[in-house]
Design a protein. Structure first.
Length: 329
């Protein structure tokens, strides 16, 4: 059996499994995580958005989005629809939750957005309901199929899709500028970066350099060195066994993981519980030595969303590594 990434499944059972992976991707990352070749491509680079108005003024604001398009608002966005969980979280992290009038079905943080209208997902965005909400700005992933239709109806859309640390910083800056708060995005990123640095300083010396496997779905899909998850692991001093050359979130042949012999495994509690039953996986050093971060949904989710909770994600992982060290004989 080759250890290279497998091709897309072809049997009905495997197609069903692939569909389940897609559903997981939508729930956790929005459209960012997919088991297709296109996902290996990074989001297009964009320069920082430009602002032509001072904070609090009603002069026009122009923002350059991930498509390279300049989106001009009449003033700071006041009625916002967000169609990507990480963008919803960004608006709220910038203290503007009150400006949201609707979100996608997967947005679930913070708790204050629970009562907002749910406007579908990547494949079934509810265009008519969005129009009825009269937003002055829609935030959407650059890969969203709803963008063209919304813009044809005269709705301004800012296409932003963070896929890495630098993307996240850029998106924070762009959203802050659309809110009429230039500078707030960089300030928020500085706080996130400081939390990551503090978490990294807590990682026990015995954990630094551990060969690590981070499972995103049980197919299995993993987070590689080239993903934002991989960037978090690197900041904590961990060595990812999945190289960036395979793409950010590749589907792996299970034998690849057996041969990689990770010393630490990280994933959802359900996935970790099932790993030892997979052929050959019980021999993984991480499972033999009980060195695993089995995360419940509320602790797993911040790690797999490239947004303002990256600092919290680093802290969750550092907490696990400290706990594992404390259990060592």
């Amino acid at each position: 059996m080759s250890a290279a990434p497998r091709r897309a499944p072809t049997s009905p059972a495997r197609r069903a499994a692939a569909a389940a992976v897609g559903a997981l991707a939508g729930a956790l990352l929005g459209p960012g995580l997919r088991a297709d070749p296109a996902f290996a491509q990074a989001a297009p680079a964009a320069t920082a958005a430009s602002v032509t108005a001072a904070p609090g003024s009603s002069a026009p604001i122009t923002v350059l989005d991930d498509r390279g398009r300049r989106v001009t608002l009449e003033g700071p966005a006041r009625r916002i629809v967000s169609l990507l969980p990480s963008l919803t979280e960004t608006v709220c992290a910038l203290d503007a939750c009150g400006r949201l009038v609707g979100v996608d079905r997967s947005s679930n943080w913070p708790a204050s957005i629970a009562a907002l209208p749910r406007l579908g997902g990547l494949e079934d965005t509810q265009i008519e309901r969005i129009v009825a909400l009269r937003p002055d700005l829609v935030l959407a992933a650059s890969s969203s199929r709803a963008i063209e239709r919304l813009e044809s109806l005269g709705i301004r859309v800012l296409a932003l899709e963070p896929k890495g640390f630098e993307d996240t910083r850029r998106v924070l800056r762009a959203v802050a500028q659309a809110l009429g708060r230039p500078g707030d995005g960089d300030a928020l990123w500085a706080r996130i970066d400081a939390r990551i640095a503090t978490a990294a300083a807590r990682v026990p010396a015995s954990a630094r350099g551990l060969r690590t496997y981070f499972e995103v779905s049980e197919t299995p899909h993993a987070a590689s060195e080239g993903s934002f998850v991989g960037e978090t692991l690197a900041r904590l001093g961990l060595r990812n066994v999945v190289p960036a050359s395979l793409g950010p979130f590749p589907q792996l042949n299970p034998e690849f993981v057996v041969r990689a012999a990770p010393e630490l495994v990280i994933g959802s509690a359900r996935a970790i519980a099932a790993m030892a039953a997979r052929p050959g996986w019980a021999a993984l050093p991480a499972l033999r030595e009980r060195r695993a971060c089995a995360l419940e949904p509320e602790r797993y989710e911040p790690i797999v969303r490239p947004g303002p909770r990256l600092g919290e994600a680093a802290e969750i992982l550092a907490d696990c590594l400290v706990a594992l060290e404390a259990r060592r004989p």
